[in-house]
Design a protein around this ligand. Structure first.
Ligand SMILES: *Cc1c(COP(=O)(O)O)cnc(C)c1O
Length: 431
């Protein structure tokens, strides 16, 4: 029989796991409809931005060498600026990853003697070396740029009193990480980010407010630049690349901030004028075009995982019913076995490298062993169905992506199946 259940069974999912999944999916119909409506809005926003920039077939051709007069590159940057409602944008394959984009934004807009402030607690792991929280060659600390941090309060809200105290005459730039990254705090909504920016600008209007937007693009109808951010930064192998961009990062914002970043990326004096796009522009454009619906698929997957694992008694963040501001789902297993079983389940559901068994390893830039599951078309792409977890307490897995909803759903069922088969979940005790 050509039923979905028969196909799932042929891929190793038991009837009991299929039923568990279907029951939960039924309850999520209303939320999934809301996600589809947001995706429609953002799809139209992207089309409008492309139309307004008059994207033409010629934009899909690339340049070589210096890349002067690369109209495809220039139009793409105009499209990004239109989407984010900013003065300017830098969208380049020469920006190698999200960390690079963030490092570029920071290093180009800060000068010796300046201070960087994070009012939302510890930043993403790889930024610790960029800032110099963990010593590293070429860090901001080596250049005499100091760092100060104010943690979120117990309940996840901003510690306004201490943020105010932390702002001094040297505070030049504030970095706000939207997504929780590898932490078990809440992801910030764009509205919350706007409130924080207003507060900071109220104290010192000239502070540059930068948002690390990784995993947040197209989840809501507005972006941080719509609520006062001067600069927003992200990776193209996450949401805005739509799964097609094979490399790249973006910086959007005020003209001066973007120009500083461009002068640092290429060279003082050259800035945005150079940087051949080679043959990469079709994937950048088409990936951006697909990004709103791809992000919606990933969101549905995250919500399904939250609801399934919540029912199994695990702590999940966000929980099964709260609103979403990024595509990351964390599930806390409390032991390495759960993290490993989950990641191996995601890998086993992949279109590429499904027969490979991932194991924890010492990944550069991270302070504990990490297990990563990704059978991706683009290596390391985390808009594709992927999961990773540092092997350290509280033993939480961070799960994200899914280019299509059917794949996200299958991957999650595969993780549940893995947990059931290894005795880490007893579905009979739950249903
Ligand atoms: C992924 C991520 C980064 C770094 O991006 P890479 O492409 O992995 O270097 C930075 N901040 C956050 C919140 C992220 O999720």
């Amino acid at each position: 029989m050509n039923t979905n259940a028969a196909m799932l069974k042929s891929l190793g999912i038991s009837q009991e796991v299929i039923d568990f999944g279907e029951n939960v999916c039924k309850e999520l119909e209303k939320r999934f409809k809301e996600i589809d409506e947001t995706a429609e809005y953002n799809q139209l926003k992207v089309i409008k931005a492309m139309q307004e920039a008059k994207v033409s077939e010629a934009c899909l051709l690339g340049t070589t060498g210096y890349g002067y007069n690369d109209i495809g590159r220039e139009k793409l940057e105009e499209v990004y600026a239109n989407i984010f409602h900013t003065e300017d944008a830098l969208v380049r394959p020469q920006i190698t990853c999200g960390t690079h984009a963030l490092a570029l934004a920071l290093m180009s807009n800060l000068r010796p003697g300046d201070e960087l402030l994070s009012p939302v607690g510890k930043p993403y792991d790889t930024l610790e070396e960029v800032i110099g929280i963990r010593p590293s060659k070429g860090s901001l600390a080596e250049y005499g740029i100091t760092y100060s941090q104010v943690d979120l309060l117990e309940d996840g809200s901003f510690d306004y009193e201490n943020i105010k105290k932390a702002i001094n005459e040297r505070t030049k730039l504030v970095t706000i990480q939207r997504s929780k990254g590898y932490q078990t705090r809440k992801t910030l909504s764009v509205t919350q980010i706007g409130e924080l920016i207003s507060f900071i600008k109220g104290i010192k209007p000239e502070i540059i407010c930068m948002v690390d937007n990784c995993y947040g693009e197209f989840v809501e109808r507005i972006e941080p630049t719509d609520v006062g951010a001067d600069m927003v930064v992200g990776s193209l192998i996450k949401n805005p690349g739509g799964g097609l961009a094979p490399i790249g990062g973006y910086i959007v914002g005020k003209k001066e901030c973007v120009e500083n970043a461009a002068f640092r990326l290429t060279s003082p004096g050259l800035g945005k004028e150079v940087g051949a796009s080679l043959g990469i522009l079709p994937q950048f454009y088409q990936g951006l075009f697909l990004a709103p619906t791809v992000t919606a698929s990933a969101l549905k997957g995250a919500i399904l995982a939250a609801n399934l694992y919540e029912r199994c008694g695990f702590a999940v963040l966000p929980n099964g019913s709260e609103s979403r501001h990024d595509i990351i789902q964390s599930i806390t297993f409390g032991n390495p076995e759960g993290v490993i079983a989950f990641c191996q389940g995601i890998q086993a559901a992949a279109p590429v490298d499904s027969y490979v068994t991932p194991e924890p390893w010492d990944m550069p830039g991270y302070d504990a062993q990490v297990i990563m599951a990704a059978g991706a078309f683009v290596s390391g792409s985390s808009i594709e169905l992927s999961a990773d977890g540092p092997i350290k307490p509280p033993y939480a897995v961070f799960f994200q992506g899914g280019l299509t909803w059917p794949h996200a759903k299958f991957g999650i069922l595969k993780t549940v199946q893995n947990m059931v088969s290894r005795g880490l979940i007893d579905l009979k005790a739950i249903q």
